[in-house]
Ligand binder design. Structure first.
Ligand code: A3P
Ligand code: MG
Ligand code: MG
Length: 381
């Protein structure tokens, strides 16, 4: 194992280590073991982005009426201004509350947002998009956040680039995604909601600040993780039995498929849908297919676990889920060896690069990755 691990490593100088993504075929074959994600805690943001422990912002799936005009209400969109850096704060606050309740320290190798792990899981087949994360090692756990400066720079690049000719403006297309989510959920269970509320969903003001976030314990290979991520809706209601799987639903919109080129594009998108849902244990994805004018005409229900098999058997084989999982298992194993002392670190993949680079940016402390409240709590335990 040690020999195999170090085969990936190419030190550039004493401060930088690199992990080769390519060639990805070396990660083909039987799967590294995976642990089914189990929710250990949850938190919500309300529509003013106030943090609340618990499931107050959880939403219930309720089939939308079709066709649906996803443009409706765009002028009243209450869009979250997400330029400020939220670090890992909400996730750490939830972890503190969980540790206080269970009176037990949550011992894992990695704590991060699901979005960071999605970038790693999809890295073998996403050769275009780079990423930058900050990491720190504290009490034997690596905490990883997105590098907010990099995220804002990327957004600015995208904004300047604009939409390709013939396509709707980016901001409007983003609204379609949130509008679809809004049309497909109820804030209360259907027996609590009145018919007027259900039918009135179409006139609701879309607000993307409110979120329900699930905090799960999971693992890939020998790496144990706590991941926090948004879940769009639940199919029924939370099971009363502890640790039973939860019927979460991920909602997505996608362009209608008109030809082979569209099909391949959709298959590539499925990699992101699958990775995102797989990591939190979301079993079902509901895709709303919309035309170029933002009218949603049809729905498709996808069983998350069966997506990789379908891509390999009836698709174009543009990606292999086993490769993603094996790659992630090996990368995380290597990361644990690399980020092994105090200080802050950068985990970076440049756009189109075949390697992930890891280097130390501060020799001491934990930067702003860990909140003062979290450090204070852990200092007591
Ligand atoms: P779609 O996924 O239907 O396009 P999520 O599906 O991850 O819950 O995200 C909900 C919506 O947020 C997306 O709907 C999209 O409109 C917007 N969104 C999420 N991530 C985005 C990104 N990286 N860039 C632009 N819009 C994004
Ligand atoms: Mg969402
Ligand atoms: Mg969604």
């Amino acid at each position: 194992m040690v020999k195999r691990l170090f085969a990936h490593v190419r030190a550039i100088d004493c401060n930088m280590a690199t992990f080769n993504i390519q060639p990805v075929q070396r990660f083909a074959g039987a799967n590294t073991s995976i642990r089914r994600p189990r929710e250990i805690a949850c938190f919500s943001y309300d529509d003013q982005r106030r943090f609340l422990l618990g499931d107050s912002s959880m939403a219930y799936y309720y089939t939308p009426n079709l066709p649906a005009d996803l443009n409706k209400g765009y002028s009243t969109f209450q869009k979250l201004d997400d330029v400020a850096d939220e670090h890992l704060d909400a996730l750490l606050d939830t972890l503190v509350a969980h540790e206080q309740e269970t009176e037990k320290k949550c011992e894992v190798d990695i704590v991060t947002w699901r979005g960071m792990m999605t970038k790693i899981l999809t890295a073998p087949y996403d050769n275009m998009n780079g990423f930058e994360m900050n990491a720190t090692c504290f009490q034997g756990t690596i905490f990883i956040e997105e590098n907010n400066e990099y995220k804002n720079q990327q957004k600015e690049i995208q904004r300047k680039r604009g939409s390709p000719p013939g396509m709707a403006p980016q901001e409007l297309m983003m609204y379609w995604g949130y509008k679809f989510e809004n049309l497909a959920v109820l804030r209360k269970t259907w027996d609590e909601s009145t018919r007027e509320e259900i039918e009135g969903r179409e006139d609701d003001i879309v607000n993307n600040a409110a979120q329900y976030c699930s905090v799960v314990r999971t693992g890939i290979g020998s790496t144990r993780m706590v991941l926090g991520g948004e879940v769009d809706a639940i199919w029924d209601s939370k099971p009363s039995k502890k640790d039973a799987p939860i019927n979460w639903v991920e909602l997505k919109t996608s362009a209608q498929i008109r030809n082979d080129k569209d099909m391949l594009k959709y298959e590539r998108k499925l990699l992101k849908f699958w990775a995102q849902s797989f990591l939190l244990g979301v079993p079902k994805i509901i895709v709303g297919f919309r035309d170029q004018d933002g009218i949603c005409h049809s729905l498709e229900e996808l069983d998350t676990a069966s997506i990789p098999g379908k891509v390999l058997s009836v698709g174009r084989r543009s990606w292999d889920g086993n490769v993603c999982i094996n790659f992630t298992g090996a990368f995380l194993e290597w990361l644990k060896q690399t980020i092994n002392r105090e200080g802050t670190w950068r985990i970076r993949r440049k756009d189109k690069s075949p390697v992930i680079e890891v280097y130390q940016i501060e020799e001491q402390g934990h930067g702003d990755i860990l909140s003062p409240a979290f450090k204070a709590w852990r200092a007591h335990t």
